[in-house]
Design a protein around this ligand. Sequence first.
Ligand SMILES: Cc1ncc(COP(=O)(O)O)c(C=O)c1O
Length: 381
Amino acid sequence: MDTEQPAARPANPRFSSGPCAKNPTYTLDKLADAPLGRSHRAAVGKAKLLAAIEETRDLLGVPADYRIGIVPASDTGAVEMALWSMLGARGVEMLVWESFGAGWATDVTKQLKLDNVQVKTADYGQLPDLASVDFNNDVVFTWNGTTSGVRVPNGDWIAADRAGLTICDATSAAFAQDLPWDKLDVTTFSWQKVLGGEAAHGMLILSPRAVERLESYTPAWPLPKIFRMTKGGKLIEGIFKGETINTPSMLAVEDYLAALDWARSVGGLKGLIARADANAGAVFDFCEAHDWIANLAGDPATRSNTSVCLKFTDARIKDGAAFAKAVAKRLEAEGVAYDVGAYRDAPAGLRIWCGGTVETADVEALLPWLDWAFNAEIAAQ
Ligand SMILES: Cc1ncc(COP(=O)(O)O)c(C=O)c1O
């Protein structure tokens, strides 16, 4: 068995699925213009926050009549603001195929305790039956399941004339996959994912119909200040112009602005999608060429181009979980791949982040090391 080490190592071994790698041109002096020690409500702070919103709109092609807000508590904060503020007005369908979607279903069934809820679940690697969704209900789903590497292939399954709202956690899809804004009423993501920004702040994007829900429906439960988007039955418009609910980190804002700058330099959304596709494509090709490893996503149309999840399929493996952990440990110890173990609730395997901040040359340099670590671990079992 060949356990000789490959000659080359990735220049950057950061393949974590969040926080994700900084972009290849990143240096801390890109943050030199951060208005540190100034109020976020001073003109300079407000201008930065508004720029973060409007540049997001521009890069992602978000329609002019959609609101974009910077909210507390990263993607989780943005999703929970939407769930707590909007649900309960009509029936709800929760689409679940990995642990983050499962977490949102727990919020709705066990914390909000809504009774008119259907949870449609699929195993890791699959999608629930999207054709069965009734869009008279509000529908909550994750565009790209970060922990299973399964994404919805597109938005064709979402009714254009829906009566309910679609609430989409797109944190590992935004800036790597096309999001059809006309099909999405609430969309959330965090800076720490595809753009390799900092955590702590979430982005909440609302369609006009989502705003209408906020202005016409008051939930039966109390809402903490951190979730409140209306006052006297009207949307607090300031939130969507950079007047954040509470104090943001202006250092994190500057970091996000630098990430957006870099995104433009590689061709904007199109360029970012192409980079993620090239990275993921290299991993897909590797799986095709080796019979001991496979994509966890069953249907090729649903394979993520960001959080690529892999399973080991070799019959010689005795303890799948221990084997996968040991492979990830070898890769980390060699300094060729950090944080590539499967998510704690997911099936045993590896997860290699392929979003646009990762260089294809680094993915290509990593792949021979997978071969090496696999064979070394088979030999060591
Ligand atoms: C699909 C999905 N939803 C939510 C989260 C939580 O994101 P955050 O920690 O930024 O709130 C993650 C993080 O990995 C995720 O992948």
